[in-house]
Design a protein around this ligand. Structure first.
Ligand SMILES: Nc1ncnc2c1ncn2[C@@H]1O[C@H](COP(=O)(O)OP(=O)(O)OP(=O)(O)O)[C@@H](O)[C@H]1O
Ligand SMILES: [Mg+2]
Length: 323
């Protein structure tokens, strides 16, 4: 299927000479939820800004819906929605008028029923006549989402949609985003809550210092790069690792009471848990009793942190699309 967004060699050097994007390649599939993860200053907002016309790229190309964005700007931009990271909006406007206006900006005919539906879904209908500045931070963020949805975008960017939002509201927003996906909207979100990516995303991209380090299906990434740690507490201390389990990635604590397993990552990874099970079978066979097993599977967060702490230049095979 044709990608909904195709970014090739995207570069951005700001006026002060700082290069925020160093040749980014990224392909977004129609209908997916894509999470872009990266530390502060990695270039996430710059990347989104380049697609949405807030940042003028200094190199590369962006094609949306199969057409070059720079050539068919107005028409293509009207099909893209943006929930910006910063709360910069007409604070003195009442909610309803502001959201209605957002639709008009794209030259679409009024659709009061649709606007009402959006405001109701975001629990903003009761606040429709309030000035935006009088709303709480989380409610303001909802207004930004309503504004971005008002023109029914097919491709929606959410730049940290749940920053500064309480847990309940965040879960609510996840539901909204899932509902959008059901309707066929493609969603690209940035977040610092990796739990959010773990919960929502089909694919995850990791960006650091203006470069994409890795893009992969979330599940595949967790399988391939995830690791399993298991602590097996022994009934009796051992002096050495028994021969039968010498081939496994195990170490013995100094006091000989705990076997520590670390494995399952890397090539053919994801096998950690079953390997731990094999180890316990070998222990039983060798007549070694254990009293507890404590298993920890690494999360997307562990993977993310490991990648960011890795070497500056990622391995060639890990770059760009692992589609
Ligand atoms: N107008 C600008 N002029 C110069 N440098 C800029 C400008 N805007 C952003 N930058 C720099 O570009 C880099 C990327 O910024 P960007 O806002 O894209 O990061 P981000 O990944 O969105 O970070 P955050 O997680 O903090 O939102 C940063 O080092 C930032 O200081
Ligand atoms: Mg940002």
């Amino acid at each position: 299927m044709q990608p909904i967004l195709e970014i090739r060699g995207l570069q951005k050097t700001y006026a002060n000479g700082f290069t925020a994007l160093k040749g980014v390649d990224l392909t977004i599939r129609k209908g997916e939820i894509f999470a872009l993860l990266g530390p502060n200053g990695a270039g996430k907002t710059t990347l989104i800004g380049a697609v949405c016309g807030l940042v003028r790229p200094t190199g590369g190309s962006i094609a949306a819906f199969g057409e070059d964005m720079s050539r068919h700007w107005r028409r293509l931009r009207a099909r893209v929605g943006l929930v910006p990271q910063e709360l910069a909006t007409d604070m003195f406007e009442p909610v309803l008028r502001s959201v209605t206006h957002s639709r008009g900006l794209f030259g679409l005919p009024p659709a009061p029923a649709l606007i009402e539906e959006i405001l109701r879904a975001l629990s903003l209908w009761d606040k429709r006549n309030e000035q935006i500045r009088t709303l709480s931070g989380g409610m303001k963020r909802r207004v930004l989402i309503a504004k971005a949805l008002a023109h029914e975008p097919e491709l929606l960017f959410l730049d940290e949609p749940t920053a500064g939002v309480d847990v309940e509201l965040r879960r609510d927003m996840w539901k909204q985003i899932a509902a959008l996906r059901e309707r066929g909207t493609t969603v690209i979100l940035t977040t610092h809550y990796i739990e959010e990516a773990e919960e929502m995303a089909d694919r995850v991209g990791i960006i650091r210092k203006g470069e994409i380090l890795m893009v992969d299906d979330k599940a595949a990434m967790m399988d391939r790069l995830g690791r399993t740690e298991a602590l097996i507490t022994l009934a009796q201390p051992l002096a050495d690792l028994p021969e039968a389990i010498a081939a496994y990635p195990l170490s013995l604590s100094e006091d000989g009471r705990v076997l520590c397993y670390r494995g399952g990552g890397g090539e053919g990874g994801g096998a950690g848990t079953s390997e731990v099970a094999e180890v316990t079978k070998e222990l039983t066979r060798a007549g070694i009793d254990y009293t507890a097993i404590d298993i920890h599977e690494s999360s997307l967060e562990d993977i993310f942190v490991n990648l960011l702490e890795g070497p500056e230049a990622p391995a060639a095979g890990d770059r760009g699309e692992a589609l």
